[in-house]
Design a protein around this ligand. Structure first.
Ligand code: FES
Length: 116
């Protein structure tokens, strides 16, 4: 699956999705962009965004328990790295999308590939 983090930021369109104050440290924010469910994490002031859709069976992976940078899918226990969407444990075998996140003018912005 394509990892948006590999995109040149110059080729991304950054979309404001929430105010920085809407996502305190240790919290998660669930949203949908163009029909794609996304979850954003604030880990002690560092922000990460992945698709909220497990590559094993479309489970709501964003609701899973977090161990460091590893999220554990609540459905069957697959693990992913929230920094880049990389799959770390079965039963999933495919990565999930990860998105660049930046803070700009008090807002959290998610980078999506520019449509050409
Ligand atoms: S749906 Fe996530 S491990 Fe099965």
């Amino acid at each position: 699956m394509f990892n948006y983090l590999k995109l040149d930021p110059e080729q991304c369109e950054f979309i404001p999705v929430a105010g920085i104050s809407d996502l305190p440290a240790g919290e998660r924010l669930f949203l949908e962009i163009d029909g794609q469910p996304i979850v954003i994490f604030n880990l002690a002031g560092d922000y990460y965004a992945i698709a909220d859709l497990c590559s094993h069976d479309n489970g709501p992976v964003g609701e899973g328990e977090l161990e460091g940078f590893e999220i554990i899918c609540p459905r069957h226990g697959a693990r992913f790295d929230i920094r880049d969407g990389r799959v770390l444990a079965l039963p999933a075998v495919e990565d999930i999308p990860a998105y660049p996140v930046r803070l700009n003018d008090g807002m959290i912005e998610i980078g999506l590939p520019l449509n050409d």
